[in-house]
Design a protein around this ligand. Sequence first.
Ligand SMILES: NC(=O)c1ccc[n+]([C@@H]2O[C@H](COP(=O)([O-])OP(=O)(O)OC[C@H]3O[C@@H](n4cnc5c(N)ncnc54)[C@H](O)[C@@H]3O)[C@@H](O)[C@H]2O)c1
Length: 450
Amino acid sequence: MPTTPSRRKFIRQAAFATGTLAMGASAAASPVPITLERARKEYFGPNDQVNLGVIGAGGMGVEDTKTALRIPGVKVTAVCDLYDGRIEAAKDIWGKNIFTTRDYRELLARPDVDAVIIATPDHWHREISVAAMEAGKAAYCEKPMVHSIEEGPAVIAAAKKSGKTYQVGSQGLSSLGNEKARELFRAGAIGQLVYAEGYWARNSPTGAWQYPIPKDASAKTVDWERFVSNTTKRDFDPLRFFRWRNYRDYGTGVAGDLFVHLFSSSHYILDSIGPQQIISTGGLRYWKDGREVPDVLLGMFDYAEQPGHPAFNLSLRVNFVDGTSDSTYLRLVGSEGSMDVNWNDVYLRKNLSSDPMDAFSMGKASEDMVSKTKRKVMMPRDQVTWSAENGYKGAHYDHFQHFFDGVREGKSVVEDATFGYRAAAPALLCNDSYFEKKVVNWDPETMKLM
Ligand SMILES: NC(=O)c1ccc[n+]([C@@H]2O[C@H](COP(=O)([O-])OP(=O)(O)OC[C@H]3O[C@@H](n4cnc5c(N)ncnc54)[C@H](O)[C@@H]3O)[C@@H](O)[C@H]2O)c1
């Protein structure tokens, strides 16, 4: 039986959930945000020190590590990267005494590393994740968990066998905004879910992955042979090394880079294991710089009924040539309202009546207005916004808090290997659908192609 929540249940629980929520004309008239708060424990014991190794200390590796270090009791002891400039930068930030290497196996062999951050390009995620867990380390691996769907089962098996904490890095799902959306959805805030949509719009060279190439980039400062050692062998090419997202041997296109965040959040909010049918289309419209992947991509996904939600459709898009905006959103649409969800806020809208003809109502207008205009007036919609407290440390911090709670206390994490694979797979299958011009059928339960 589907457990799709009812409206009655929503009204009952909403008051409990927020303490102050009152849907009605007053909410419509003054949509003052309701504050989302997080209680935290900032304590760690003397035996809880976690020594961290960083594998891939580029843009996200540095951001991840800086965030991890905000959690009390975490220390960087080792860094692995294939470009000398990154190694030098890591020493500048975390001290000359840290161990550094170009070979991740040397880092994993060290007893002074308890946990690793894996923030290499996507084509290294599987191999390093499996090796880290086999070496007895906990691992935080950036999204997407794997580079191709064939790679998922090995990571899941290694996580099960090692018993070590393994978390994938779609940090948004640990946010206050995603948590509130999940609570509201379960409480029936939008009635029966029928449709969801999300997008990512950008309009800049950096946004479209045209990163600067360092002046000293050469086959000496970059360990190119190692970079391509698990994929097609080619001569040194700085564009491929520093703009790896544009090439299919290393990156996973806009779907693996960005759709995967939207899958992770929506699967968490809806308690979903994923879609059963995947179709995508798009094209390389603008950034014709030799890249092998589209800069505009549209994906459509059919979700069958699952214990957490009814059958619904999801539509996702990424546009790197969007002259009007530079933004992202996720919207869930149901029979009684819709929710726009991001990491810090949830914006809930509901019509006062579910009958569209009732949206124009004499009964709700003031007597004065009716007599002057003799026309019906449009009723306002109820809208309520929840916003994160001032000083909220953010989704990224919360995601690392969850990771270290797993490492220190053995708590399970939401975005484990199975969750990470179920978010990555439909994103990766978008690429198959796009390049092979086909509909892809996927069994989200068994995690196999159909
Ligand atoms: N969660 C997020 O919001 C988010 C944001 C950006 C990137 N990411 C993910 O983080 C990962 C890294 O992306 P980035 O933008 O930081 O790329 P980047 O190019 O800035 O950094 C990657 C680093 O990995 C190093 N590297 C490559 N192969 C390696 C190997 N075999 N061993 C050790 N180091 C290696 C490179 O030298 C480089 O310094 C990607 O998987 C990406 O999808 C996640």
